[in-house]
Design a protein around this ligand. Structure first.
Ligand code: NAD
Length: 255
């Protein structure tokens, strides 16, 4: 519970269903008293996202494709009309073609590389640029990463490269936006079964191996991501920016 989130206005990008890490963060922000707005990608997901939004008393539910600049402009303008200002932006978006999450990284096509980088890394820049003018009293921008940004993980391939770019993006954005008291951080989460994770071949093996590797001998769940995410969105972390913080039962310390 984060009482310091009371009245904060948050835009949550990346809820697909009840397993989504964005949803785990949204729930904890709601418990702390934040007002939430959601975007979803495509009509199929709208059917999943709308009831979730209603369950946390949110009536702002808009379609948004992070590859479409005018679509992002229009969502931000609607957010301003409804809420006036923004305090929190949660970016929990990633995508790569299935064939690029399998086999050899060296076989990644130019188009597949650019697609993954666009949706999984550049979209944070595009959204931060549009959030900046709304964050008049400072704010917190949060994204989601994975340790495959630093170490080679089987089948993570182009997504590992995109996450490396994402983590560097967090640092550069934190420097640009710091004077406006806008903080930018990433949560690097251990593996969790979600819709996006289902696109990674042998994800079940990754889960099993990860559990074995962690000092704690157990995997994390959505609530762990929600708790760290809410902390990084709250004034409790008011001097933390440019960081990638791990919630992975300690997997990242192991050789
Ligand atoms: P998810 O499938 O629930 O969420 C991914 C979201 O990205 C979906 O809502 C999808 O609609 C959205 N998305 C994809 N392309 C988009 C586009 N062009 N425009 C707008 N939205 C788009 O899966 P998740 O695991 O909750 O993923 C959220 C984030 O967490 C991702 O960045 C993922 O890489 C990261 N992450 C996941 C894990 C894990 O094991 N699940 C671990 C570490 C980090």
């Amino acid at each position: 519970m984060h009482p310091s989130l009371k009245g904060k206005k948050a835009l949550i990008v990346g809820v697909a269903n009840e397993r989504s890490l964005a949803w785990a963060i949204a729930q904890q922000l709601h418990q702390g008293g934040a007002e939430l707005a959601f975007t979803y990608q495509g009509e199929t997901l709208e059917r999943r996202v709308r009831p979730l939004a209603e369950s946390v008393k949110s009536t702002f539910v808009e379609p948004m494709n992070v590859q479409d600049d005018s679509n992002m402009d229009s969502v931000m303008s609607k957010f301003r009309d409804r809420f006036g200002t923004m305090d929190i932006l949660v970016h929990a978006v990633a995508f790569a073609n299935r064939e690029d999450l399998d086999g050899r990284f060296v076989d990644t096509s130019r188009a597949g590389f650019l697609l993954s980088m666009d949706i999984s890394a550049y979209s944070l820049v595009a959204l931060a640029k549009r959030a900046e003018p709304l964050m008049e009293a400072g704010g917190s921008i949060l994204t989601l990463s994975y340790y495959g940004a630093h170490k080679v993980m089987p089948n993570y391939n182009v997504m590992g490269v995109s996450k490396a770019a994402l983590e560097a993006t967090v640092r550069y954005l934190a420097n640009d936006l710091g004077p406006k008291k806008i903080r930018v951080n990433a949560v690097s989460a251990g593996p969790i079964k979600t819709l996006a994770a289902a696109g990674i071949r042998n994800f079940r093996d990754i889960l099993a191996k990860s559990e074995e590797r962690t000092p704690m001998k157990e995997n994390i769940d959505q609530d762990d991501v929600g708790a760290l995410g809410a902390f990084l969105c709250s004034p409790l972390s008011k001097h933390i920016t440019g960081s990638t913080m791990y919630v992975d039962s300690g997997a990242h310390i192991m050789a």
